[in-house]
Design a protein around this ligand. Structure first.
Ligand SMILES: [Zn+2]
Ligand SMILES: [Zn+2]
Length: 296
């Protein structure tokens, strides 16, 4: 048949990797691994293996396809012996488990650090002896849940930016309060523009700052409590009062600082460009005016 003659014509094998033909090497093993037609379909088994190795770069699970026709090569492995088969499965299971185990260890470590921090805080706030007594009498399950909640609550509490809400309310209603008008006279007529307040109100929360601030809070509360409320007998009440006082004082200072920054932004002035040689007499009044509003 004509078909078989055509096929024998096409069967003049030539390896597309090393370009050798059948005559060059009679013993070499041939393979036609893809949909390619003509002489391009033939390749030496060893040449193709080398090429697959190169593509896989050591990872034998990577799929490799013909660069011409994109057919994925069918790679067959010899059957595994039972020992190797079991070892292979164990290896794969361990490989998949490791991330979970690592996560578990990490979470466990964080949890026990939180428990420890909670216990230290209880002793700090209630006093060493009383704190130990309370924890000894408490239900262990309650401690395992309650103690790590202490640092968690401190951090969450620190993330509440109540100063910003107060500041926003203040800006809205300050004109109606005579005392504030006295402290910041003529605020609204003095503000030459409304600044883009997104920067002052929502500066990015630095995670480390929140964490450090929250975790050091009980220590600060204890110190402030001892300094300001030394007459209070109960350790807990004294520390609580110290904490509230510290937060209030810091909040007021922060609000004052932010409001001043806000006003500075509102009253900034962009100066005229001064030509070299031009008399400076005309520019002097505006620069003095700008400096005066900046200081206020
Ligand atoms: Zn070859
Ligand atoms: Zn192909």
């Amino acid at each position: 048949m004509s078909y078989s003659r055509l096929q024998s014509d096409q069967d003049r094998r030539s390896c597309w990797v090393c370009f050798a033909t059948e005559e060059d090497d009679r013993s070499a093993q041939w393979v036609r691994p893809c949909r390619c037609r003509g002489t391009a379909k033939w390749v030496h088994q060893t040449c193709l293996q080398r090429w697959v190795d190169e593509k896989q770069k050591g990872n034998s699970t990577v799929k490799v396809a013909c660069p011409q026709c994109n057919t994925e090569y069918l790679i067959l492995f010899p059957k595994l012996g039972p020992v190797v088969y079991v070892m292979d499965i164990i290896d794969r299971v361990i490989y998949k488990m490791c991330p979970f185990v690592a996560d578990g260890i990490f979470i466990g470590t964080v949890y026990w650090t939180m428990v420890t921090y909670g216990a230290v805080t209880v002793m700090q706030v209630l006093g060493h002896k009383e704190g130990l007594n309370v924890m000894e009498q408490a239900d262990p399950l309650f401690l395992l849940i309650g103690l790590p909640t202490i640092p968690l609550m401190l951090v969450l509490g620190k993330m509440v930016r109540w100063e910003d809400y107060v500041l926003r309310l203040w800006r809205k209603h300050s004109s109606k309060l005579p005392l504030l008008n006295y402290l910041f006279p003529d605020e609204h007529s003095r503000m030459s523009r409304v600044p883009a307040d997104t920067v002052t109100l929502t500066d990015p929360i630095s995670a480390t700052r929140v964490l450090c601030g929250a975790l050091i809070m009980p220590t600060i509360a204890t110190i402030v409590g001892k300094l300001m409320f030394g007459l209070v007998q109960s350790n807990f009440q004294r520390t609580l009062l110290g904490g509230i006082a510290f937060i209030a004082i810091k909040g007021v200072l922060k609000i004052y600082y932010k409001q001043q920054q806000y006003l500075r932004q509102a009253n900034r002035v962009i100066k005229d460009y001064e030509e070299v040689g031009e008399s400076s007499a005309t520019a002097t009044p505006t620069s003095e005016d700008g400096a005066a509003t900046n200081e206020g």
